[in-house]
Design a protein around this ligand. Structure first.
Ligand SMILES: Cc1cc2nc3c(=O)[nH]c(=O)nc-3n(C[C@H](O)[C@H](O)[C@H](O)COP(=O)(O)OP(=O)(O)OC[C@H]3O[C@@H](n4cnc5c(N)ncnc54)[C@H](O)[C@@H]3O)c2cc1C
Length: 391
């Protein structure tokens, strides 16, 4: 949806969603995702043991000692020069910001000393000049969109896609968050709670935002590619990345949302409002109810404007409208574009969201009931009144 349509209609609360796979060659996102996973494994090998990035506290001299056997001292020196530590002493082997830097090449960013062979190796297959350029073009497109969004005071939500693209999508989005979310949450990431690692990913990213002092924006969804993820894992023989059943996904969703709300409360108590902004994107009534209950429990008001709700256009208006009428920020996701381009997208969404289509039955039943009620009470042109203010 063009920003110009959103900005005027929403008084600075508008949101546009984008899919990164539509902005460049998906193959490059796949390659970057693989290299991110390899970089994580490499980090574990160097630092030792399991655990997430927050437990990486290796000192510079210990790191140098580990690499004593590396023959190419000049390349090793360059590698060690790019290693950084943040305020908490957490080690960063890779300059991730380089991913969105025009002057950096992916192939050089991921050249590392290999403990086993004593040589410098590439974690990413050498990209051709054309591929490097294509990747940069994709980043430039995202940058143009985010910059325009910032100028027009519209927020950007980056959709989550299949797990083989997701590490790259999340990493790129976080780097854009770091660049643009300095005064408010402009860029939002999406987390799929059907994934077993959803809570740990969200927690790690929340911590990064806190340590590096940027605003964190996230949309929480259950996830749209369940069957595809399971079929791919079975076909390629790796562990299923999704939760074993629906209840486990719901627990993950509610647990992840609770973690975010706890942190929002902690920020609120310190007087640092809006450091975290969350969209509860779900058609599940229990989840919406859960979110409202938890907001009450943590003392988070709808007027704090840090929690909003989202449903797809033409789906579950019986959830969106009462939310809006009760003063909560409620959004409809509207696919926008030429009909011939949007139809295939819609049919894919309809297929992926078969469960949601069942809810349309309930919607039709409720609409029918309301028509009958209006006819019976003579309220044909009745307009419900609520306390919704779009600011
Ligand atoms: C505003 C909005 C934005 C969205 N953006 C994205 C996005 O960026 N990326 C994306 O992937 N999806 C996105 N979705 C779709 C979303 O991920 C869900 O597919 C859809 O909303 C259905 O989940 P639910 O919570 O609404 O409803 P429910 O019907 O309660 O939940 C259905 C979901 O539960 C999960 N589930 C069902 N059965 C099982 C099982 N056996 N084991 C484990 N989990 C199970 C699946 O995720 C399934 O989609 C978006 C949805 C909305 C409303």
């Amino acid at each position: 949806m063009p920003f110009s349509l959103i900005t005027g209609a929403t008084y600075g609360t508008g949101i546009t969603a984008i899919k990164l796979t539509a902005l460049g060659r998906p193959q490059l996102l796949l390659q970057l995702s693989e290299v991110i996973m390899r970089a994580r494994n490499y980090m574990t090998e160097i630092v030792g043991g399991e655990g997430n990035v927050l437990s990486h506290h290796l000192k510079h001299e210990d790191l140098e000692a580990k690499f004593a056997k590396i023959q190419d001292k000049e390349s090793l020196r360059k590698f060690l020069k790019q290693v950084t530590y943040d305020k908490q002493g957490v080690l960063h082997l890779f300059p991730w910001s380089g991913i969105i830097d025009d002057n950096q090449e992916l192939s050089t960013t991921f050249r590392v000393p290999d403990l086993k062979s004593g040589r410098m190796i590439r974690l990413i297959t050498q990209l051709s000049t054309k591929e490097e350029e294509m990747f940069k073009n994709m980043i430039r497109r995202v940058n143009t969109i985010v910059k325009a969004a910032q100028d027009m005071d519209v927020r950007i939500m980056v959709d989550a896609e299949q797990t083989y693209f997701q590490p790259a999508i999340t990493r790129i989005t976080l780097e854009f968050m770091r660049k643009y979310n300095k005064e408010k949450a402009i860029v939002f990431n999406t987390y799929q709670c059907y994934l077993r690692n959803a809570l740990s990913e969200v927690t790690t990213d929340l911590e990064q935002a806190k340590r590096q002092n940027f605003f964190f924006g996230a949309k929480l969804v259950r996830g749209a590619y369940l069957e595809q993820e399971r079929a791919r894992a079975a076909a390629m023989g790796y562990p299923d990345p999704t939760n074993p059943d629906f209840d486990a996904t719901t627990d993950m969703y509610h647990g992840t949302l609770t973690e975010c709300l706890k942190r929002i409360k902690a920020f609120k108590e310190k007087g640092e409002d809006k450091k975290i902004a969350i969209m509860v994107a779900s058609h599940n009534e229990d989840t919406v109810r859960f979110a409202i209950e938890k907001m009450k429990e943590f003392g988070i008001e709808p007027s704090d404007k840090v929690i909003c709700f989202g449903q797809l256009l033409a789906m579950c208006d019986y959830i969106t409208f009462p939310l809006g009428q009760s003063g909560y920020s409620a959004y409809k996701y509207i696919p926008y574009g030429p009909v011939n381009e949007v139809l295939p997208y819609l049919s894919r969404r309809a297929h992926e969201n078969k469960g949601v289509l069942k809810k349309i039955k309930k919607e039709k039943r409720l609409l029918f009931k309301e028509i009958v009620r209006r006819l019976a009470t003579g309220q044909i042109w009745y307009t419900p009144k609520g306390s919704y203010v779009p600011v």
